[in-house]
Design a protein around this ligand. Structure first.
Ligand SMILES: *[C@@H]1O[C@H](CO)[C@@H](O)[C@H](O)[C@H]1NC(C)=O
Ligand SMILES: *[C@@H]1O[C@H](CO)[C@@H](O)[C@H](O)[C@H]1NC(C)=O
Length: 425
């Protein structure tokens, strides 16, 4: 801990040095600092790299232009290795809008919007452009209009197109979920992409393994029926709002954001991976990758009220974000499924005064989780708002508008990733 603290202090100090000396160093002038006569040249390469690796990724972009020495350190393989040892980075949110041929991110550490170079590889897709569909670690997975997938590091702009998909049977092609998960072991990083295809109850799994560079054969998921899910305790106060056993509600958000057609997440609990997605009728479906089964959660939705629903993962657990309209007001709530009692449990509610703004406006919500927080995009024909909800403190913060070239940008949804220059595709 102490070591980390000293490191952090040193990194702060270096940043200071770096920004004050910007310009001086450029011109090759050495500058002696007033209190202690420390010079960058006294640091050996290894130490310099390890210190640089502690800088936030955005500072690293700026460093690139400071001096030749820093630049070469930043591009070396050993620096990337040092970066890969940093356990986590504050998330950046890659913003999604239809036909957006640029990368705009929200940097949560600096609370600011940032434009990144758009990966060249993605520009080639002629008609609709590539849509981000999943993200994990430092990588984002895009889906081309042809249906093929491209994996990118949005920070470095490096891309790799995955081999085309082939199916044993034609009717497996309707796509419900696309998720990505990445792991690093012994400095070797790998990722997989999991697809859930077909129509309930005939669902299939297909996954891509980056270590082998292949799509594995698809496997069928069997339906796991939970007979007790129907007899929920109807005396619960929440029932009035959300539990219903009749009718079909079509989730209105399914059409709006093309990237969120496959609104899905993956969790890993003690090695048991589960993919969750929203069915076309608005229910949450859980697919267990280990025993190849799926399960449809009891409905959480009101039948006769306008609503929008999305799912996210916070601290490794599934949460459902629901905007509902009831008794002439709108309510935005976050729910979690209580497995022991087999019912949905409310975690936080947005203050009614704020959520009421969206009453009657046909708002669509799209969410992504990052740690304890949920990044929520609220869109309607006339409004566009981004809110970060902290589940622990129950705080709801609206983000500043994103202006590019004097124009307010509107995004439908976002993907959370860690800005890691070392993440290889
Ligand atoms: C820094 O350098 C000056 C001049 O060489 C010297 O007098 C001073 O003692 C040095 N300070 C430290 C902290 O080493
Ligand atoms: C991915 O491929 C590698 C190399 O072929 C293999 O060792 C590994 O077990 C595969 N992973 C999974 C989850 O199948």
């Amino acid at each position: 801990m102490r070591k980390v603290l000293i490191f952090c202090m040193f990194v702060n100090y270096l940043l200071d040095v770096c920004f004050r000396d910007f310009g001086l160093m450029e011109r090759g002038l050495k500058r002696k600092l007033p209190q202690n006569n420390f010079s960058m040249d006294e640091l050996n390469e290894d130490l310099l790299e390890r210190i640089l690796s502690w800088l936030p990724t955005s500072a690293f972009f700026r460093l690139n232009s400071v001096s030749k020495r820093w630049k070469s350190a930043a591009n070396s393989a050993s620096f990337k290795l040092a970066c890969s040892r940093i356990p986590s980075r504050d998330p950046w949110f890659l913003m999604v809008a239809p036909n957006l041929k640029q990368s705009v991110v929200f940097n949560s550490a600096e609370n600011s919007w940032k434009r990144l170079n758009y990966p060249c590889h993605l520009r080639e897709d002629s008609d609709q452009g590539c849509m981000p569909v999943a993200a994990s670690g430092g990588l984002v997975c895009y889906r081309k209009s042809s249906g093929n997938f491209i994996v990118c590091n949005p920070v470095t702009g490096s891309c790799s197109e995955l081999p085309p998909l082939h199916f044993a049977s034609e009717n497996h092609q309707s796509l419900n979920a696309v998720v990505m998960s990445s792991t690093t072991s012994n400095g070797q990083q790998s990722y997989k992409i999991v697809l859930v295809l077909g129509e309930i109850p005939n669902l299939f799994l297909k996954f891509y393994n980056s270590s082998s560079g292949c799509w594995e054969d698809e496997s069928a998921l069997k339906k796991n029926v939970d007979d007790s899910s129907m007899d929920c305790d109807s005396t619960d106060a929440n029932v009035v709002y959300f539990l219903s056993t009749t009718g079909t509600v079509v989730a209105s958000n399914m059409q709006r954001s093309p990237s969120k057609q496959y609104s899905s997440v993956i969790t890993n609990k003690d090695g048991w991976e589960t993919v969750y997605f929203l069915s076309s009728s608005g229910t949450v479906v859980a697919c267990n990758l280990a025993d190849k089964s799926f399960f449809e959660y009891p409905r959480l939705l009101p039948v006769f009220s306008e609503y929008s629903i999305d799912i996210a993962v916070c601290n490794g657990e599934l949460v459902v974000v629901l905007l509902s309209e009831f008794l002439e007001s709108a309510s935005l709530r976050v729910w979690k499924y209580d497995e022991a009692n087999r019912r949905w449990q409310q975690i936080v509610v947005m203050p009614a005064a704020t959520s009421h703004e969206w009453y009657g406006r046909k708002v669509d919500i799209n969410c992504v989780g990052a740690g304890d927080r949920i990044f929520i995009c609220l869109n309607s024909p006339e409004t566009c708002t981004y809110i970060v909800c902290d589940l622990v403190t129950n705080t709801w913060v609206e983000l500043p508008k994103c202006c590019i070239n004097g124009e307010v940008m509107e995004f439908m949804s976002a993907f959370s990733f860690e800005p890691r220059i070392e993440a290889a595709v």
